[in-house]
Write a protein that binds this ligand. Structure first.
Ligand SMILES: C[S@@+](CC[C@H](N)C(=O)[O-])C[C@H]1O[C@@H](n2cnc3c(N)ncnc32)[C@H](O)[C@@H]1O
Length: 356
């Protein structure tokens, strides 16, 4: 018995998330981070970008919310300052910033989760109920929806970069990738993972990103703001089509948070295309590296984060998180063998499998 405290914590969960999202959106943490001695609410109100405050009462109450959630501190003169984790993870210019993921959560995930009931009943995404976009059942359209609007693609890529910046170092620490001579990151977005990989493995001969044509164009634009390693190369295409011939050095294809976006038959298409490209490359030892959260086969011991992320895929892409045996089954059907699973301690597990 955990009592009513457990229930009230769950009831308040979305309110706490929204305090965080609204504070990021208003630029509160970015502004306070530039004032190490703190700011009073009236001073802060004058400095926040794109806002005119008729009264500071609402802002003062939001700041008090941030103090209660251990995001800000308040001194005896009621001056507010950012706490160290807030500066590291919640300010735009920090190398470990999660601002991109928080903006995606606020603008897209929050409205989607509002219609979780619809997804629970249909087993499909709820873009139609949340944004009026197309049928929930049209899975192939998930990324059109995510990328909708002038800032949509950029917002999502920033969201992906946020999480790569915190998970990649943990993954690269936890797993040996010394068999890799060159890597193709399929659905590799702006090249952020390849940048971490090349920085950690300077002797890697080649690192290439493959993504949709408009995302590759966007990546070139975005690297002006947040640079990526100069050695990262880009290829435009769709992983639903046969992949182009790979340069000889590429003996690994990475799929980071790709398979969890899709249903099983679609995953098989992607995996078979990857297998065909690796086999043609004639590398002596060629394999696939998958970064996704994994359910334990005994679901009772699966972490809450994985279970919640699985529901996030239900409402957003129509994909799913998988157990080790479900993923192994897909890999074996796509001609991969010698499957190794690494629990990395980050929010992504790593599964490696080699071509038969
Ligand atoms: C969930 S994101 C993961 C991005 C990156 N791998 C990471 O972990 O940060 C999925 C990526 O797949 C790309 N994608 C979606 N459909 C694709 C397709 N048909 N062909 C190639 N890439 C695609 C998206 O543009 C996006 O960059």
């Amino acid at each position: 018995m955990r009592g009513i405290a457990h229930i009230t914590e769950l009831v308040n969960g979305f309110r706490c998330s929204k305090v965080l999202f609204a504070s990021v959106k208003l630029g509160i943490f970015d502004t306070l981070a530039q004032h190490p001695d703190g700011l009073a609410v009236q001073e802060l109100a004058k400095m926040l970008p794109n806002q005119t405050f008729e009264t500071t009462d609402g802002l003062a109450r939001l700041l008090r919310g941030c103090v209660s959630l251990s995001l800000l501190s308040m001194d005896g003169q009621k001056r507010f300052s950012v706490l160290p984790d807030t500066k590291t993870y919640l300010t735009t210019s920090s190398p470990q910033s999660w601002v991109g993921y928080i903006n995606h959560s606020n603008d897209m995930l929050y409205p989607l989760w509002q219609n979780l009931e619809a997804s629970a009943v249909s087993g499909l995404t709820c873009w139609k109920e949340s944004f009026g976009f197309l049928e929930g059942g049209d899975r192939a359209k998930a990324f059109e929806h995510i990328y909708h609007g002038p800032e949509g693609a950029k917002r999502f890529q920033r969201a992906m970069e946020s999480t790569v910046n915190t998970t990649a170092p943990q993954i690269l620490d936890a797993v040996q990738f010394d068999w890799i001579t060159g890597v193709l990151d399929l659905g590799g977005s702006t090249g952020r993972f390849c940048t971490h990989y090349l920085d950690a493995n300077p002797r890697c001969q080649r690192a290439m990103v493959f993504d949709l044509p408009h995302i590759v164009d966007l990546a070139q634009e975005m690297r002006k703001d947040v640079p990526i390693n100069d050695r990262v190369e880009f290829i435009k295409g769709s992983f639903f089509d046969p992949l182009p011939e790979l340069p000889g050095e590429i003996n690994a294809i990475c799929l980071s948070r790709i398979l969890h976006d899709w249903d099983d038959p679609t995953c098989e298409t992607i995996l078979k295309n990857a297998h065909a490209a690796l086999v043609k490359s004639k590398a002596r030892r060629a394999g696939i590296v998958i970064f996704d959260m994994l359910f334990e086969d005994d679901t009772k011991v699966t972490s809450k984060d994985t279970v919640i992320q699985d529901i996030n895929m239900l409402v957003q892409t129509g994909g799913r998180e998988r157990s080790v045996s479900e993923l192994s089954h897909l890999l074996e059907k796509s001609n991969f063998t010698d499957i190794q699973v690494h629990r990395t301690g980050s929010s992504l597990d790593v599964t490696i499998a080699f071509c038969k």
